[in-house]
Design a protein around this ligand. Structure first.
Ligand code: B1M
Length: 214
């Protein structure tokens, strides 16, 4: 007999939506939507990562887990707190070139847009050229880059160089599992003209964005 929290994690690990929404609704009577995501759902995703690392899951199964996570986040989204939307600024958001992971990035989009930001989400595997083109068209106040692979951290260094060479100097917000504050400061920020800030999670991303726009 699993507890509610264990069941929520297990939907992600098993990659199933059978019973998911009912348990999410029950969880919503006790917890805030973001606490459900950051707690049991992320615990499930961490377990998926661990099993995948040990070759106990194949990519197709991890994709099922990602589908369950996306369905859960979509179900919780309408219940999230929304600030009165006085537009705080426009942010271009992308997962860097070579990387398909987008659950974290899309969570950042939800949280920022619920809190008064206009988000232009360029999607996944976004090369610097596309970012530069979108920057010129949209004139955002900041650029958000996400990437989970070790090689994506390196790709952020290249992206920062390309943006700088294009004359762009708005603040950049970076996040994702393979990144650290030190890597951001010592490797990415050095290649860029403007500020580069590391967000450890989506809420921290919002805090940093708020600091920039205040
Ligand atoms: Co892949 N994957 N994956 N994967 N995957 C990881 C990242 C990995 C750590 C798993 C592992 O081996 N343990 C590993 C990376 C190894 C490495 O480089 N060190 C890995 C690998 C190897 C791969 C493939 C290469 C596998 C293969 O094909 N052989 C392949 C890569 C393809 C590619 O990108 N070119 C691949 C593919 C996939 C799927 C497609 C199956 C799927 C992604 C589906 C999707 O996103 N649509 C997937 C998944 C689901 C994972 C794990 C299990 C979970 C990632 C996730 O969604 N977490 C992951 C293991 C893990 O992280 N534990 C893994 C939940 C999400 C909410 O968290 O994205 O970290 P996260 O976001 C966090 C913070 O990082 C932060 O905020 C969020 C929390 O609030 N954040 C930001 C993120 N971006 C931000 C931006 C910001 C601010 C904060 O501002 C702009």
């Amino acid at each position: 007999n699993l507890t509610l929290e264990e069941r929520l994690a297990s939907y992600i690990v098993e990659g199933t939506k059978e019973g998911l929404y009912k348990d999410l609704d029950e969880a919503l009577t006790k917890y805030k939507p973001l606490d459900i995501i950051n707690g049991p759902l992320m615990a499930g995703m961490d377990e998926v990562g661990r099993l995948f690392n040990n070759n106990e899951l194949i990519v197709a199964e991890v994709l099922q887990s990602a589908e369950a996570m996306k369905a859960a986040v979509a179900h919780l989204e309408p219940h999230m707190e929304k600030a009165d939307s006085a537009a705080k600024g426009k942010i271009l958001l992308a997962t860097v070139k070579g990387d398909v992971h987008d659950i974290g990035k899309n969570l950042v989009e939800i949280i920022l847009s619920n809190n008064g930001y206009e988000i232009i989400n360029l999607g996944i595997k976004v090369p610097p050229e596309t970012l530069i083109e979108a920057f010129r068209k949209e004139k955002p106040d900041a650029i958000g880059l996400s990437g989970l692979l070790v090689k994506s951290a390196q790709q952020m260094v290249v992206t920062a160089q390309d943006l700088r060479n294009a004359g762009i100097d708005v603040p950049i917000l970076v996040g994702g599992a393979a990144l650290t504050r030190n890597f951001t400061r010592n490797r990415i920020a050095r290649e860029y003209e403007g500020l580069v800030l590391y967000a450890k999670d989506a809420m921290n991303g919002l805090e940093l964005a708020n600091q920039l726009t205040n």
